[in-house]
Design a protein around this ligand. Structure first.
Ligand SMILES: Nc1ncnc2c1ncn2[C@@H]1O[C@H](COP(=O)(O)OP(=O)(O)OP(=O)(O)O)[C@@H](O)[C@H]1O
Ligand SMILES: [Mg+2]
Length: 221
């Protein structure tokens, strides 16, 4: 049974009375534990697709199912806890909260979830990625690679079934990119999670179970 399913997704924006079709009839199904890469040129709709699949935004038409549950009609009040519990997100630009330390950033989704051992778990994750010594640093006092490893820990703290990563190594040099990517895959495998990564990186794509290519908002057959 699919952990994630999209049926006939369309996303249309209206700009200056013109309709822009950003995603055009996207259907896909992802099995539990799968590692899927989404690739395609700039503007082809990759980020838009991730935001729809993860429930961060709604399609103009079509449906998204997470773990058999139709999230398309769900209100933000219902979706936010589901996302927090089920989904981990890693962004190209890290999206860490600037006023919180590395440790606090990682703990935050667990605290929203009411997890009792948030701090212990966050410290364990920091140790896993070799950043125990940086727990109290604000994001402004971390390197790009360190920030991305912190955001990886934040994405993992609630043991998500689904991990989405939008160009997670795009802002990193190749060495740091490799470190972040190998830790991402390691954590995915450890938790038996499903991983969906947007990337231009051929090395990452070659490690995937399946590669989807978007072109002008359509999946290339
Ligand atoms: N809010 C919006 N209003 C209008 N058009 C939008 C909006 N968001 C995205 N678009 C358009 O949708 C298209 C796809 O954008 P998207 O960010 O999904 O592309 P992408 O494949 O992630 O590109 P990149 O590789 O550069 O990150 C682009 O042409 C973009 O201009
Ligand atoms: Mg993008």
């Amino acid at each position: 049974m699919a952990i994630l399913e999209a049926r006939a997704l369309n996303k249309i924006y209206s700009v200056d009375h013109q309709k822009i079709i950003v995603l055009n009839d996207i259907s896909l199904s992802v099995e539990p534990g799968e590692f899927l890469v989404v690739t395609g040129s700039s503007g082809s709709g990759k980020t838009t697709l991730l935001t729809l699949l993860s429930g961060l935004d709604k399609p103009t038409s079509g449906r998204v199912f997470i773990d058999q549950q139709d999230i398309t009609g769900a209100s933000e009040d219902d979706l936010a806890p589901l996302r927090n519990r089920m989904i981990g997100f890693v962004f190209q630009a890290f999206h860490l909260i600037p006023s919180m330390s590395a440790l606090e950033n990682i703990m935050f989704p667990a605290e929203l979830q009411g997890l009792g051992d948030a701090e212990a778990k966050a410290r364990q994750l920091l140790e896993r990625v070799g950043l125990s010594g940086r727990a109290d640093n604000l994001p402004s006092r971390l390197s790009g690679g360190e920030k991305q490893r912190v955001s990886l820990c934040r994405a993992m703290i609630n043991d998500p079934k689904l991990i989405f990563a939008d160009e997670p190594t795009g802002n990193l040099d190749s060495r740091n990119g490799r470190i972040v990517f190998s830790q991402l895959v390691e954590m995915k495998n450890e938790h038996g999670a499903t991983l969906i990564v947007v990337t231009h990186n051929a090395e990452i794509a070659s490690a995937a179970d399946r590669v989807l290519v978007l072109k002008d908002g359509r999946l290339v057959p």
